[in-house]
Design a protein around this ligand. Structure first.
Ligand SMILES: *[C@@H]1O[C@H](CO)[C@@H](O)[C@H](O)[C@H]1NC(C)=O
Ligand SMILES: *[C@@H]1O[C@H](CO)[C@@H](O)[C@H](O)[C@H]1NC(C)=O
Ligand SMILES: *[C@@H]1O[C@H](CO)[C@@H](O)[C@H](O)[C@H]1NC(C)=O
Ligand SMILES: *[C@@H]1O[C@H](CO)[C@@H](O)[C@H](O)[C@H]1NC(C)=O
Ligand SMILES: *[C@@H]1O[C@H](CO)[C@@H](O)[C@H](O)[C@H]1NC(C)=O
Ligand SMILES: *[C@@H]1O[C@H](CO)[C@@H](O)[C@H](O)[C@H]1NC(C)=O
Ligand SMILES: *[C@@H]1O[C@H](CO)[C@@H](O)[C@H](O)[C@H]1NC(C)=O
Ligand SMILES: *[C@@H]1O[C@H](CO)[C@@H](O)[C@H](O)[C@H]1NC(C)=O
Length: 328
């Protein structure tokens, strides 16, 4: 068979395979239009070079379509030089469930109000950007949110009460910002099974809300703020919290009276004004640091308490016993 005849013979088969992709564009035209608007509002950055209008948008980088509906459900811009502001057009990707903007150099400005249109949004991370302004209280309208991570920005103002109206919110990460004022008592409404509340490296002040007595945190990190008063209320015999860091604040309470549950693994309270003595229940801890407080009395013998480095105990009023000097 001559090559020409062979080609003629194969043509029907070839065309079947060649034409198939063209007839199977999955991308929803509304999503495609919004994505192209996002791209142009960012001045067609290199990160979005794959966003070619002649190609099915469900194959573009930095996004995912739903396997059945083919609507865009996930958008992620990671580690790139992407100067500009968060495009408000993102709010028109109505079916979005997950949005991650992380480590985009020179990305600044506020969180756009158009995000309130994202009724299906489950997972929101805007981290390591240079976002400024307050945490907008309209985020409370995202009723389907379970995970909120706004860490490493320059957000200011107080933590909005409205977050406590998101029924399934289980992870709140607002660490490394410039947040001020008290932690809202209403956050205790997020009682779920084990709330992750990460507020470290801010400028929060005042006392902890009394309502926290009733909250079973999974992980609680309040370190490096200006919080004061009684933090004993975050502990409790029936709480299954595994991680508590309240270090570098001005908390002042009697540690002897604190009740623990064996589930607590990590407890860091260094640099506060905590007094009293170390309770024997601390034997179950895998990591402890109570240095730079006002504790006194013998370190209980048991668990890992003697195998920790002496620096986890030093700079207290009169703690004694291994690994510190023996009690007189
Ligand atoms: C944020 O801005 C500062 C200067 O204002 C800059 O040094 C830093 O690299 C920026 N960070 C990001 C993630 O863009
Ligand atoms: C970020 O912005 C600053 C000031 O506007 C500019 O000097 C710098 O080159 C920008 N950095 C990048 C990586 O675009
Ligand atoms: C909330 O999210 C769940 C799980 O993704 C989904 O099944 C449900 O339809 C969503 N509800 C609304 C109102 O978006
Ligand atoms: C939240 O964001 C910070 C900063 O990007 C990151 O270090 C942290 O791991 C994130 N948290 C989770 C649970 O992914
Ligand atoms: C925290 O707030 C105090 C008092 O308002 C202020 O002096 C200090 O500069 C703030 N620190 C940071 C890191 O924002
Ligand atoms: C720890 O808390 C769980 C759940 O509330 C409870 O079932 C368990 O008895 C507690 N453990 C101790 C030692 O109190
Ligand atoms: C812990 O749970 C037990 C059994 O459910 C209950 O009797 C007890 O009052 C609880 N203790 C605290 C401090 O809540
Ligand atoms: C405990 O905290 C103090 C104060 O921050 C620090 O100097 C020390 O190294 C810490 N010890 C350990 C074992 O982490």
């Amino acid at each position: 068979m001559s090559p020409a005849r062979l080609l003629l013979f194969l043509l029907p088969f070839l065309s079947f395979f060649l034409l198939r992709p063209a007839s199977a564009v999955l991308c929803h035209p509304e999503d495609k239009e919004v994505l192209l608007r996002i791209k142009s509002s960012l001045n067609n950055p290199y990160l979005l070079a794959s966003w070619n209008p002649n190609v099915d948008c469900c194959t573009w980088y930095c996004l995912k379509c739903h396997y059945k509906t083919h609507r865009v459900i996930s958008l992620f811009f990671l580690k790139s030089n992407l100067p500009g502001q968060i495009p408000s057009a993102i709010g028109d990707l109505t079916y979005l469930q997950s949005l991650t903007l992380h480590k985009l150099s020179n990305f600044t400005g506020p969180i756009p109000e158009s995000f309130t249109k994202l009724k299906y949004l489950n997972f929101l991370t805007l981290s390591w950007l240079n976002l400024t302004g307050p945490i907008p209280s309209f985020l409370g309208q995202l009723k389907n949110l379970t995970y909120l991570n706004l860490s490493f920005n320059k957000l200011t103002g107080s933590i909005p009460d409205s977050l406590s109206t998101i029924p399934g919110l289980g992870y709140i990460g607002l660490d490394r910002n410039q947040l001020t004022e008290k932690i809202p008592a209403s956050l205790a409404n997020l009682k779920g099974n084990s709330l992750y509340l990460i507020l470290s490296h801010n400028n929060l002040s005042g006392e902890l809300p009394a309502t926290f007595t009733g909250v079973n945190f999974g992980k609680l990190d309040l370190s490096r703020n200006r919080l004061q008063g009684d933090a004993s209320l975050v502990f409790g015999r029936n709480k299954t919290t595994f991680y508590i860091d309240i270090s570098r604040n001005q908390f002042e309470f009697d540690l002897s009276k604190v009740d623990f549950n064996g589930s607590l693994q990590t407890l860091d309270m260094n640099h506060n004004k905590i007094y009293g003595s170390i309770p024997t229940a601390m034997e179950s801890l895998q990591f402890l640091n109570v240095s730079y407080n006002r504790l006194c009395g013998p370190i209980p013998v048991g668990g890992k308490l003697q195998s920790f480095d002496y620096t986890v105990y030093f700079h207290n009023r009169c703690l004694c016993g291994a690994p510190l000097a023996s009690c007189k």
